[in-house]
Design a protein around this ligand. Sequence first.
Ligand SMILES: Cc1cc2nc3c(=O)[nH]c(=O)nc-3n(C[C@H](O)[C@H](O)[C@H](O)COP(=O)(O)O)c2cc1C
Ligand SMILES: Nc1ncnc2c1ncn2[C@@H]1O[C@H](COP(=O)(O)OP(=O)(O)OP(=O)(O)O)[C@@H](O)[C@H]1O
Length: 313
Amino acid sequence: MKTVFLSYPLSSEMLLERESKQVVAIGQFDGIHLGHISVISNAIALAKEKELPSAVVTFNPHPKEVMGKGNYEGYLTPLRDKQELLADMGIDTLYVAQFDEEFSRVSPQDFFTDVLLPLDIDTVVVGFDFRFGYLGAGDVVMLRELGSGNMNVEVAPPYLLDGEKVSSSSIRRALQSGDLQSANHLFGRNYKIRGIVIDGEKRGRTIGFPTANLKLDDRYVIPAKGVYAVRAYVHQKWIPGVMNVGVKPTFHDNVIAPSYEVHLFHFNENVYGEHLTVELVHFLREERRFPSIQELIEQIQADAKQAEELLMS
Ligand SMILES: Cc1cc2nc3c(=O)[nH]c(=O)nc-3n(C[C@H](O)[C@H](O)[C@H](O)COP(=O)(O)O)c2cc1C
Ligand SMILES: Nc1ncnc2c1ncn2[C@@H]1O[C@H](COP(=O)(O)OP(=O)(O)OP(=O)(O)O)[C@@H](O)[C@H]1O
């Protein structure tokens, strides 16, 4: 998959020499959840049928990060994860439109004329509630009007699960409240985060549970504080383990930023400075303050046993 970065207004260097038209899905697609997958698969199927290449247009940073003045809760799939997932799905080109204040003020008409038309689109695929342009003033009715005579417009119906529209917002809420099971159900896969292993306080070893402390690579949505059964991709293998996301209240007061600590089972290799991908499989319990270190150790032993059983089943 090629990734092409676009900034507004588009220049000719951003537009590759094209041999044919293409089928393009447009959206923020943070999470690449089941709803997004249905829209994108629609584009891929149409592209196959028409023997044309497939593409996705997305926006980066997330418009809510740019417009939200720092209140943004984080990404489910930062750009790198999005690229990986879309490449795996078989998308040929990913267009990443640089989202900034100026781009946010582009009208729906100008977005169509200045961004979509130059992409040489045969068919554009969007979800039923797609909005575009300044203040989200453009919708699928307007897209069909603008498209008429220029390109086909395909609108994917709502993708529902248990009667509700699958959305990035509902997945963010589920992750933040410890409902990992719902989040993973809505993703259609397990949530993953990626980070580099940094020095911790080196206490883990002394309590019998050495942990790899992660500094996340991107501004991910912070999952609920607590203990998770996980698998980590390290040295080309998926290794089961437990992760604590939290502030270690047994040892610290007034810590705000949570740490991500992973204890891998039956693993004794040096991973400092390496990048780990951690897949969150089950939420086990909330983080607690223990009256003694011994009680914390006993609880971690129980967590590890429970995680190992769950991950084996
Ligand atoms: C599975 C697991 C569960 C944990 N649960 C808690 C907890 O409930 N409360 C707490 O204060 N610390 C908890 N911790 C964090 C430990 O206190 C921490 O791993 C230890 O202090 C080592 O920290 P360090 O690697 O920064 O040295 C947990 C750690 C693991 C691996
Ligand atoms: N459940 C769904 N069914 C069908 N189309 C969807 C669904 N969710 C999103 N889409 C479509 O996918 C594209 C990207 O949507 P977007 O990422 O804004 O959706 P979202 O998951 O609802 O996000 P948020 O919760 O942040 O509003 C849009 O074209 C949108 O209409």
